[in-house]
Ligand binder design. Structure first.
Ligand code: C2E
Ligand code: CA
Ligand code: CA
Length: 580
């Protein structure tokens, strides 16, 4: 059929500069009919009514129709899904106008109802008899598409949980922002996940994450989506949902759905998650801002305790920036002599004599005045500035002890608070040991205060390092006792000499209820186990009398004295001497 037709050039193509398709086609026609028959690409022509006039054997094979079944059929009716037909017709109109369409992929349906992805190159051929036909050459790219999908699975899905990953969510959020739809991003961080990893092992940690992922994806219904961002961080995308109350309620039911606990090998772990929420467009103009602000809100939630949900507000960003500023300034605080040690006297409760002092750091900020430690120590722990800070604190306290000794006040104890961070880093701990060995003082009158959480969170290392401090002669005090989880019995294997009863315990004495019974029992038990007990935060006479009655030897608190400057300490010691 085709042999006797003369090919003239498509209007946008000049002689001598033929398109690849036409070159192939020309070659097939003029030199080698077998080429047309043997080609491993689909070659078809169709007329101005869209009816197929010719299709090569390869094309017949791909579509699953014989030549008789296919010739003279409208190809969009025979080979294309209803929904895609308009595309083909539209293409056909464009091509008929002389537009060449290249590398254009469309899904076709074979006779056996199989989906085939084909990449087409179409061009119009005008014959000398004023007729024209469309020549289409198609490559079966079904396998390539599958591969692409597989690659996108690798790129956009998380291996461990099968959830979508951060890249996918970023892409999705960008798209949503482009079409300006409203949505809410929730950043989720599992509370105390490291406890599971530490107590059990990484395999159990992975199981736990898979469990959480499965609960999340069961709970979140399409079109809403859930992803694992990294480690123990997940995220939810709520489409069209920007009502605070609705989101709050959804997250509450999510907490309930995941359940209060997870069990493995007869170990039960409580599950809770901190959640930060950012909404578009209110909380950020681009995907970076939305992700960052959800994260900032999540961090805020974490600081408020476990299981909280916090909505992003500009206020949080301000606080955050304020903290960053403060942390930058803290770098110079030591150099600029802005740190000060205050000392809170500790008393022998029966005699009323001062037995020593707890050193408590403050930051004398040039603009803000005295900043309490809780405002900058946790921050310094996060940034790692704590190490330098603590070296300064320890040296200052040891120098003070040296002065006391030179002044003849050899019996005064000095207590120094040690951050849990300092116990967990070997490098820094060795540096501290080095400082401790530099002073020629009576180390039996130095007390290192450490919180229970510091010991518990890193039991092996902490115990070994506390023993090293003890070998230098120092005493170890367990700070804030009563706020953590362990009982005195558990503590008996720890290298500690002193237990500091937490302020909350002491303040509950007046309630005369269960708490005071517990204190009584604790004091007896502590004596039995040979711990010295120091009561913190004594504020009333009644508390003092009660503690004395049950043989608590030492105490500190506003009733006797707040933390004071070193000048005030000197004054107080003069008076104390008079009292003796
Ligand atoms: P802490 O070690 O439990 O220190 C006792 C805190 O209770 C001090 O607060 C003290 O001023 C306060 N306090 C003492 N007696 C009373 C009382 O009768 N009533 C009340 N309401 N409070 C009382 P401060 O100085 O603000 O220190 C807070 C925390 O900051 C300390 O708790 C300690 O954990 C940390 N910290 C303070 N100085 C240092 C330090 O040099 N290094 C480290 N790592 N942490 C420090
Ligand atoms: Ca303390
Ligand atoms: Ca304390």
């Amino acid at each position: 059929m085709l042999e006797n037709r003369q090919i003239s050039q498509n209007s946008d193509i000049t002689y001598g500069k033929k398109s690849a398709i036409e070159q192939v086609f020309n070659y097939a026609l003029n030199n080698d009919e077998n080429f047309f028959a043997d080609a491993n690409v689909i070659i078809a022509t169709w007329n101005s009514q869209g009816r197929i006039t010719r299709i090569n054997p390869f094309g017949q094979k791909v579509f699953g129709y014989s030549e008789e079944e296919i010739i003279n059929k409208r190809w969009e009716l025979l080979l294309v899904n209803k929904d895609d037909r308009f595309k083909i017709v539209n293409d056909f109109i464009q091509i008929s106008k002389g537009l060449r369409i290249t590398n254009h992929d469309i899904e076709f349906i074979s006779k056996q109802n199989k989906k085939i992805d084909i990449m087409w190159n179409h061009s119009l051929m005008n014959y000398s008899n004023n007729q024209s036909e469309v020549l289409s050459i198609g490559i079966d790219i079904t396998n390539r598409k599958l591969l692409e999908e597989k690659l996108s699975r690798i790129a956009y899905y998380d291996d461990l949980t099968g959830l979508q990953n951060r890249s996918f969510f970023v892409k999705e959020v960008k798209q949503l922002i482009e079409v300006k739809s409203q949505f809410t991003l929730v950043h989720i961080n599992i509370d105390n996940f490291s406890q599971i990893n530490d107590t059990l092992n990484y395999a159990s940690g992975d199981h736990f994450l898979q469990y959480v992922a499965s609960m999340l994806s069961e709970f979140i219904k399409a079109p809403d989506k859930v992803a694992r961002l990294s480690g123990d961080e997940f995220a939810i995308l709520f489409y069209d949902m920007i009502d605070k109350d609705v989101i709050e309620n959804r997250l509450k039911s999510l907490d309930e759905y995941i359940g209060p606990s997870w069990e493995v090998n007869h170990n039960e772990f409580f599950i809770s998650a901190s959640k930060g929420i950012a909404m578009f467009p209110k909380d950020g103009a681009d995907s970076n801002a939305i992700f960052r602000n959800a994260n900032i809100a999540m961090n805020k939630a974490k600081k408020q305790g476990k299981g909280r949900a916090v909505f992003y507000m500009e206020q949080i960003l301000k606080e955050n920036n304020e903290n960053i500023k403060l942390s930058n300034q803290l770098q110079y605080a030591i150099k600029n002599n802005e740190l000060v040690l205050y000392y809170q006297p500790q008393y022998e409760l029966t005699s009323g004599k001062i037995s020593g002092f707890e050193a408590l750091v403050r930051w004398n900020h040039p603009q803000k005045g005295l900043i309490p430690p809780m405002k900058f120590i946790p921050m310094a722990e996060e940034t790692g500035q704590i190490y330098e800070l603590e070296r300064w604190i320890i040296e200052t306290a040891l120098k003070r002890k040296l002065i006391f000794e030179k002044e003849g006040k050899k019996d005064l104890y000095i207590s120094i608070n040690l951050s849990s961070k300092s116990l967990s880093s070997e490098l820094n701990f060795t540096e501290l040991e080095h400082i401790f060995s530099n002073y020629d003082i009576d180390y039996s009158h130095i007390v290192i205060e450490i919180t229970e959480t510091a010991i518990i969170s890193d039991m092996g290392f902490a115990v070994e390092r506390l023993k090293r401090l003890r070998r230098l002669g120092m005493k170890i005090a367990l700070d804030d006792f009563g706020t953590g989880y362990s009982s005195l019995i558990h503590l008996k294997d720890l290298p500690i000499d002193i237990v500091k009863l937490d302020r909350n315990f002491v303040s509950s004495i007046e309630e005369r209820g269960k708490a005071s019974v517990i204190i009584k029992a604790l004091l007896y038990l502590a004596l039995d186990l040979d711990y010295e007990v120091v009561a913190e935060g004594i504020e009333t006479k009644e508390q003092l009398e009660y503690l004395k009655k049950y043989k608590c030897e030492t105490g500190q608190g506003y009733l006797m004295s707040k933390p004071i400057t070193i000048e005030e300490v000197q004054q107080l010691l003069l008076l104390d001497k008079d009292n003796m």
